[in-house]
Design a protein around this ligand. Sequence first.
Ligand code: SF4
Length: 184
Amino acid sequence: MKPFLDRVAAFCRGKSVWVLHYDCGSCNGCDIEVMASLTPLYDAERFGVLLVGSPRQADVLLVTGTVNHRNRLVLRSLYDQMAPPKAVVAVGACALTGGIFHDSYNVLDGADRVVPVTVYVPGCPPKPERILDGILQAAAVLAAGGDGSGGDHMAGAGGPAAGGGGGRGGRVAAGGDHGAPGGA
Ligand code: SF4
């Protein structure tokens, strides 16, 4: 078991999650929903969720859009600049699998090809409630003392076999709020 102070620090971290958002090149649909999830309407700050502009201050990296050969270096650099423990939340079909751009010549078919994703939030785009749920699942992983790597968590309802949304290795479930074009 971890020392007492380490457990207290992990608990506090889970109640005060600072989030860095990186858009890998989305259509802005997911980004708008991310922004909506941070507005007073959903009041993410009641959970201690705060958007920050520096990876050095962030506990959670929120990834939207299609990861490609060009932006993968930026994504990896942001992740590497975050201090451990840290978690990654992939938001939307594009960040999960490449979405409608899956199998394109310059697309890597998911953020987890570049960084270890802790929580997958399916949808095209997912609703703000589901994005918030994904952040809180990542917060729970950090609060439990996890390092956020190699996760298989999925935000929202549905299960790995729910069908329709698709994913890799049975980890990404269906249940996107507005469907996922291209079977992503
Ligand atoms: S998942 Fe859908 S809404 Fe989100 S960036 Fe991709 S195409 Fe746009």
